[in-house]
Design a protein around this ligand. Sequence first.
Ligand SMILES: [Zn+2]
Ligand SMILES: [Zn+2]
Length: 174
Amino acid sequence: MHAESWVYPVNAHSGESLGHFLGRFRRANELSHKAIADHLGVQVAWVQAWETPSRRRNPTELQCIALSKLVEVDAKQLAKMVPPPRLHLQTRLCAVCYAETPVHRTAWQRAGKSVCDRHPLRLLSACPVCKTDFRTPALWDDERCEQCGLAFSQMHSYQLSSEQSPEPELGGGQ
Ligand SMILES: [Zn+2]
Ligand SMILES: [Zn+2]
């Protein structure tokens, strides 16, 4: 952290997605999308899009550098956090990962991958109890299903192993 810094620093976790991190950063600093956009000199719609992967507008290399100075996270690390080019649109979760570190991970959104890259478990695409879709990760501050309240970290008992009843790949839009 630099002496002239005016932000409350938020650590980005290894593997964390950009949208999840930006949501945490904005809440910790009580910053609106507009405040960040004004600081970076970009359109507010772009900052909103960085938290909404389905809009498919990732920060450019230069925007990553500017953002890096604001959030105090290395630009190369930020570049690894952006959504994958082949994006699975529905927000997904590995509850075992989440119980270890409560962050949404970029790797869960790779189209064509339905199994966690860290555990032999199928990723959840919705709450296993009430079937409500997960909110976009930037809004995951309550760490639970918005409909029934089941904690993300407690959803692991509903997660099937990668050998059990494979479901067809859904989504995976290009
Ligand atoms: Zn996992
Ligand atoms: Zn639920």
